[in-house]
Design a protein around this ligand. Structure first.
Ligand code: SF4
Length: 271
């Protein structure tokens, strides 16, 4: 476990991942998972500016400049993952998943497709029982190269924090003219997609009855393999946000189970 602790200690700085790999971290969702950050180590890059983001505010606000950022090359990302797997395996650390996440939106990487193909090859060679998981905000799902890359993933987890466009603009604060309808439509086209939703109250509230009903309508349109709901468990980027009690999350989950007959899981700090 010393190897694990060392990787965690060396690679997380002020909410940003200071390298390509981090963890592994354990979660009920993905088991023991090696985190993979294909984004630059010194900045957050995202098409959203969610007020609750653990990486802090999105400072690069001109999304037209995202393509020219200093992304690590695909071969550099894959070499780092290869080394980390070798080191962890030598230390006897089992891993259940390889999770693409990190300093923002991973599908922004211009070689996203190559990274996913390389990861699948690495997984098949070194960790055949592990799952490849991609967390995404869904804003690049309309791009053929992103869709091609996602075909190499075992699980694509798409963020859907709102039922109405109004709340979407408040809770995700998109930096480009993407709509909640477009994301809903794109997510519905991903095979075996999983939806992930953060509920929050305070300066932004997505738990009002009408909002939850609109969110459930969208979930039904997407028809995901499962839904994961949770609330804040760390200091958010913006003050004035309040975590939703677990009992309230359980109520929302039960409403969705009853109405959509889906697998819905509630996660908390310990998960
Ligand atoms: S989509 Fe994720 S990375 Fe982007 S701002 Fe929201 S929470 Fe942060």
């Amino acid at each position: 476990m010393a190897v694990v602790e060392r990787l965690i200690r060396l690679n997380k700085v002020d909410g940003l991942v200071a390298g390509v790999v981090f963890g592994p971290v354990f979660s009920r969702r993905f088991g023991r998972s090696l985190g993979i950050n294909p984004l630059p180590p010194d900045r957050k890059l995202c098409t959203f500016d969610c007020p609750y983001c653990e990486c802090g505010p999105t400072s690069q606000r001109d999304s037209r400049r995202l393509d020219s950022q200093p992304f690590p090359r695909a071969d550099v990302v894959l070499e780092a993952v290869d080394r980390a797997i070798a080191s962890l395996s030598a230390g006897g650390v089992p891993m259940q998943s390889l999770t693409l996440t990190g300093n923002g939106e991973t599908t922004l990487h211009p070689e996203f497709d190559s990274i996913l193909r390389g990861l699948r090859a690495l997984r098949d060679r070194l960790l055949p029982a592990a799952q490849i998981v991609v967390l995404t905000n869904g804003t690049r799902l309309d791009r053929p190269a992103v869709r091609a890359g996602l075909e190499c993933a075992d699980r694509c987890v798409v963020k859907l924090d709102a039922g109405t466009e109004h709340v979407f603009q408040q809770i995700n604060r998109p930096l480009e003219p993407v709509t909640l309808d477009a994301i809903t439509e794109a997510a519905s086209g991903i095979p075996r997609v999983i939806v992930q939703t953060l509920f929050v109250r305070g300066a932004v509230d997505n738990t009002a009855d009408g909002e939850v009903r609109a969110w459930m309508d969208r979930i039904r349109r997407i028809a995901p393999r499962g839904v994961q709901i949770y609330s804040l468990d760390r200091r958010p980027a913006q003050a004035g946000l309040v975590a939703v009690p677990r009992a309230d999350l359980e109520q929302i989950a039960e409403r969705l189970r009853q109405q959509a007959r889906l697998s819905v899981d509630v996660y908390g700090n310990e998960d």
